[in-house]
Design a protein around this ligand. Structure first.
Ligand code: MGD
Ligand code: MGD
Ligand code: MO
Length: 772
């Protein structure tokens, strides 16, 4: 088991990120997953023009045709999928669900790939093999039995291809609901909802080419050496070119400081300067909004000073006049903001905020990137919008080498939204669906992730279908989410590997095993490709190369079509006809969604095509037709400030983050190399001053409970304290073990994302010695 693979230890990591350590880990993971030698060849095809798209992150591919871009965590993602281990019906015959529930999440995934469709048998508490046709009929029977289609909810995780996602939304809307919770609701939703208000499009405005021309990079709340390792190539090249790189992160992440590229021999030999960030700014958790506001305020002050001194303006007055509205109100709000408040709320000294403002103001071509550190807070939408405001002050949007760069998570999370996985579809999109397919789609908005859980708890959603993902573990308030799933009449999970969501199920339950992206998908004897859209709106085709893990797997496209046909017959389309050739689905997408004209032709070109983002061209699809400065305030009354009033200085704020050896809820191993944590995940990062203040010692075990004040006890037990360079009052721990602490109603304003990165908590020494 896990812990025996590496002994528990805490040992600070002193090398540059990546380097030899990364190469060594690749071998470790290929061997552990017993990846067949014949499959190694495919690693060279990862992100190559005629290869497959890495199922890891959404960072775009460099347009290189010969050299192989090495990525440790990409290899782990591929190794996890092309493992030779199998979770066959025998496994489920040998163990009841209750027994499997005793196994760790790590152990569950280690059973390997699912091989056959399975149905839950209540009498024996076991899953047993079932025919595909029978499985589809069970789904149809349940969907028909509902009084209203809104009593079913259809989740999508972001690995699903455009083709499968488009067919899924067509099926679900033809069935009659817009209930499309998706992983994006928990991820970059603040970006997708926040940016349309400022620049008109909920996507980033840069491409990789811009990184080659930027002179300044501001990296907010992301950990690329672990979560987007291929981004490190761009950061390294920018650093070598002399660009100024600023990391804004409460944790001093190793990979943001030093990085040795396995692509470059001098780096590997330690002969090159491996510095990444020139400046590190460390706000307290959730302090980014106040920090960015402070930077904007000082940019205004610098501009006034420049005017007084007769120097060149700091603001891009031409851009502001021609392209924006609302600047005066924004400027007035900045002027009225109090510096003491900014410093207190951000946790950053005024001198540092002013220094950051000077760096930003000096930059001719600035890119701002951001990850979950900005989007998983109560004020996440305000975070994204004020960053957009800041960039607009100097016209840093829609010019070469500059722009907004949200760094998405799942490899096709952006594409899934583009092709219609959206619980709040526009009327224009629905009109097009209606016109092309001749049915009346539901017009009212559907449920997102948190809404779905609440509706299940109220008995209003009775059927759940998950196209990928691990809903039971990724979502907040774990005990309540489990109660919600268990209250369903039917839960269906379309998955590659066994996970907790298969074990926390409804009265009836199905597991439908699917092909992964690395596998050959044959339809009518012809290999099919699937398309994905990366974080920079590049759409490309991906072809699997490995033999499928089992002969009884169906592609996601075929599974969606199977459910649709069993439920709706040939209405509104002949589903099987689409399955025979995915190019037909792409033609349908092109008819419904702008930007996809000649889809098949354009995607056949190596590297694919850019989907076009209006804001990148300085075309503003907002209400005013201009980019809009949005005024918002530092919030003074939040769940955290209220908890602090109740608990005083004992109150701590917890952020939940990814280790280096996990992919979301999939745990590859128990280590977090760059943070120096080995053989364990039940740890809590804490500042030494807080240990002293709370009368605790490093190495001791504590219980963590949420200070929410709603009478519900939310507690995790026996977490070991690890002294760490993290701002006072802040704690860090791994997701998903910490999800029981996140209240369902602790969600971001205007977008509903759970506030996974600012949980008010209290610590107590764990009572029993047994936990250690
Ligand atoms: N190997 C691997 N790759 C992945 C994933 C994975 O699990 N493993 N997950 C994928 C997915 S779905 C996603 S969304 C991305 C996630 O990629 P990231 O956004 O990098 O993910 P996280 O680990 O959640 O945390 C991000 C960083 O935010 C910082 N942070 C926490 N709170 C705050 C805050 O209040 N302010 C600021 N400024 N920073 C803060 C943390 O210290 C951490 O460095 O990665 C994707 N890629
Ligand atoms: N506390 C806390 N919670 C969080 C976060 C956090 O930072 N902190 N991050 C949130 C974020 S950003 C996200 S994106 C969500 C992630 O939420 P999800 O996307 O729901 O979770 P994953 O862990 O990525 O899903 C893993 C499962 O997907 C299945 N799978 C893998 N590949 C495929 C495939 O090709 N097809 C199909 N059908 N199934 C496949 C496997 O069975 C695997 O067990 O979690 C969120 N939850
Ligand atoms: Mo994500």
């Amino acid at each position: 088991m896990a812990a025996s693979e590496t002994t528990r230890k805490i040992e600070p990591y002193t090398h540059a990120a990546a380097g030899w350590g990364a190469l060594k880990q690749v071998a470790v993971h290929l061997i552990k997953e017993k990846v067949p030698g014949a499959h190694y060849r495919m690693l060279l095809q990862q992100n190559q023009p005629d290869g497959f798209d890495c199922p890891g992150c959404a960072w775009p591919d460099r347009d290189h045709t010969s050299s192989f871009e090495f990525c440790e965590n990409g290899v782990k993602a591929v190794a996890a999928e092309s493992t030779s281990k199998r979770a066959t019906p025998d496994l489920f015959a040998a163990h009841t669900v209750a027994e499997l529930m005793e196994q760790s999440d790590y152990a569950l995934e280690q059973h390997g790939r699912l091989t056959d469709p399975l149905v839950y048998d209540k009498a024996t508490d076991r899953y047993r093999k079932i025919a595909w046709s029978e499985a589809f009929e069970i789904i149809a029977r349940h969907l028909h039995a509902l009084e209203h289609p809104d009593q079913a909810s259809f989740y999508t995780s972001g690995r699903t291809s455009n083709e499968a996602a488009f067919l899924f939304q067509l099926f679900v809307r033809a069935y009659g609901t817009n209930n499309f919770p998706d992983c994006s609701n928990m991820c970059h939703e603040a970006t997708s909802r926040g940016l349309p208000g400022t620049v008109g499009v909920g996507k980033g405005t840069v491409t990789l080419d811009d990184f080659e021309h930027a002179d300044t990079l501001l990296l907010f709340g992301q950990n690329p050496a672990t979560n987007h390792p291929r981004m490190m190539g761009e950061l390294r090249d920018c650093a070598k070119r002399g660009a100024t790189i600023v990391a804004i992160n409460p944790l001093r992440e190793r990979g943001l400081e030093r990085f040795a590229s396995p692509q470059h021999p001098l780096d590997m030999l330690g002969l090159a300067n491996d510095r990444i960030s020139s400046v590190f700014i460390r706000p307290r958790l959730g302090g980014d909004y106040a920090l960015i506001k402070g930077v904007a305020k000082h940019v205004l002050e610098l501009d006034l000073a420049a005017q007084r001194g007769g120097e060149a303006r700091v603001l891009d007055v031409d851009f502001i006049a021609r392209h924006t509205t609302g600047f005066d109100a924004f400027a007035a709000d900045l002027q009225a903001e109090d510096w003491d408040e900014i410093v207190a709320e951000s946790g950053v000294p005024r001198a540092e905020i002013e220094a950051l403002a000077r760096i930003y103001a000096k930059g001719e071509r600035v890119i701002a990137t951001w990850g979950m550190g900005l989007t998983q807070h109560k004020n996440a939408v305000a975070n994204v919008q004020i960053l957009s405001n800041l960039m607009m002050m100097r016209g840093q949007i829609g010019k070469r080498g500059a722009g907004l760069c949200p760094v998405r998570g799942h490899s096709n999370v952006q594409g899934d939204r583009t092709v219609g996985i959206e619980e709040k579809p526009t009327q224009a999109f629905l009109d097009r669906l209606q016109k092309v397919f001749g049915f009346e789609p539901p017009r009212h908005h559907g449920l997102d992730v948190v809404d779905t859980i609440n509706a299940m708890l109220r008995g209003e959603v009775r059927v759940f279908v998950g196209l990928g993902g691990n809903f039971a573990m990724a979502t907040p308030d774990t005990p309540r989410t489990w109660e919600a799933l268990r209250a369903c009449r039917l839960t269906v999970q379309i998955s590659t590997k066994l996970n907790r969501s298969h074990l926390v199920h409804g009265e009836e339950a199905l597991i439908l095993p699917t092909l992964g992206r690395t596998e050959i998908d044959l339809q009518d004897g012809v290999p099919q490709g699937g398309t994905v859209e990366d974080s920079m709106s590049m759409v490309h085709l991906s072809h699997g190369m490995n033999r499928p893990a089992s002969t009884n797997l169906l592609s996601e496209v075929a599974i969606v079509a199977g459910m649709a046909e069993a439920t709706l017959g040939k209405r509104p389309v002949d589903w099987a006809w689409y399955v025979r050739d995915y190019a037909r689905i792409r033609d349908a997408i092109a008819q419904v969604i702008d930007g996809f004209q000649d889809y098949n032709k354009r995607v056949a070109k190596p590297g694919g095509f850019h989907l076009g983002v209006a804001s990148r061209e300085r075309v503003w699809q907002t209400a005013s037709g201009k980019a809009q400065f949005i005024v918002s305030a530092i919030e003074r009354d939040t769940p955290i400030t209220r908890a602090r009033q109740r608990h005083g200085e004992r109150l701590m704020v917890l952020t939940t983050i990814r280790s280096h050896d996990q992919y979301n809820t999939t745990i590859y191993a128990m280590n977090d190399r760059y943070r120096g944590v080995y053989g364990q995940r039940d740890i809590l990062l804490i500042n030494p001053a807080d240990l002293q203040k709370l009368g605790l010692r490093a190495g001791e075990r504590v219980d963590v409970s949420t200070a929410w004040g709603d009478g519900i006890e939310r507690r995790i037990r026996g977490f070991m304290l690890v002294e760490y360079d993290i701002p006072p009052g802040c704690l860090g721990a791994y997701y998903p073990e910490t999800n029981p602490l996140v209240p369902l109603d602790s969600a971001a304003d205007h977008c509903g994302t759970p506030a996974y990165k600012s949980i008010p908590v209290l610590l107590e020494r764990t009572e029993t010695k047994a936990a250690a």
